[in-house]
Design a protein around this ligand. Sequence first.
Ligand code: IMP
Length: 209
Amino acid sequence: MIRTILVATTNPGKLEELTALLGQASRDIKWLSLKEFPDIPEMVEDGETFADNARKKALGYANAAGLWTIADDSGLVIDALNGAPGVYSARYAADECSSSNRKTMDRANWEKVLRQLKDIPDKKRTARFVCHLCLASPQKILLETTGTIEGVINHCPVGENGFGYDPIFYISFVDKTAAQLDNHEKNGISHRGNAIRQFKPLLENLLKQ
Ligand code: IMP
């Protein structure tokens, strides 16, 4: 039986990364994205945790579309900032920058982090990216995984690739910032890649039931 799964994103990069790996769980999945459902209103991400937001989006869109739905929520957790920016990662500097341009907002966000960590020594600059991934039917949560990648906040931006906080996120085991990795290298070790890799066998099992 063909199972249709909605991926709760309009971002083609995210859709491709997810379906490339999870598509291997079964050939019988038909993938749709929110592009196919322009009339469904956007779910507000007002949870206190990444898991809250991913669950809310997965259940909300599953309900609205009447389809199994995968949603994720991710962000940066910095120990010296008591977990900030956390669920506010996308618009952490909204108090000082109101741009709707993503690159401008991304830069304002990491500049704010660098300012806040100005006097924090290297060994206290530990941080991680976290991604919570959730599959829901219109009735209930079916599967969830969390992926992380550990790093240290650099003192200045390095690298041109990626997005968000990548230029200031230094990963010691590759001796590069996330912005110095190409897409393929990053997916191989990233929080999102890790969450998706844990998710795949669980989805395989679910589809066999
Ligand atoms: P989203 O939940 O994937 O939309 O991510 C929310 C925010 O977290 C993004 O706007 C970025 O600021 C930050 N973020 C999440 N994943 C990454 C990443 O892989 N690199 C850099 N920033 C990220």
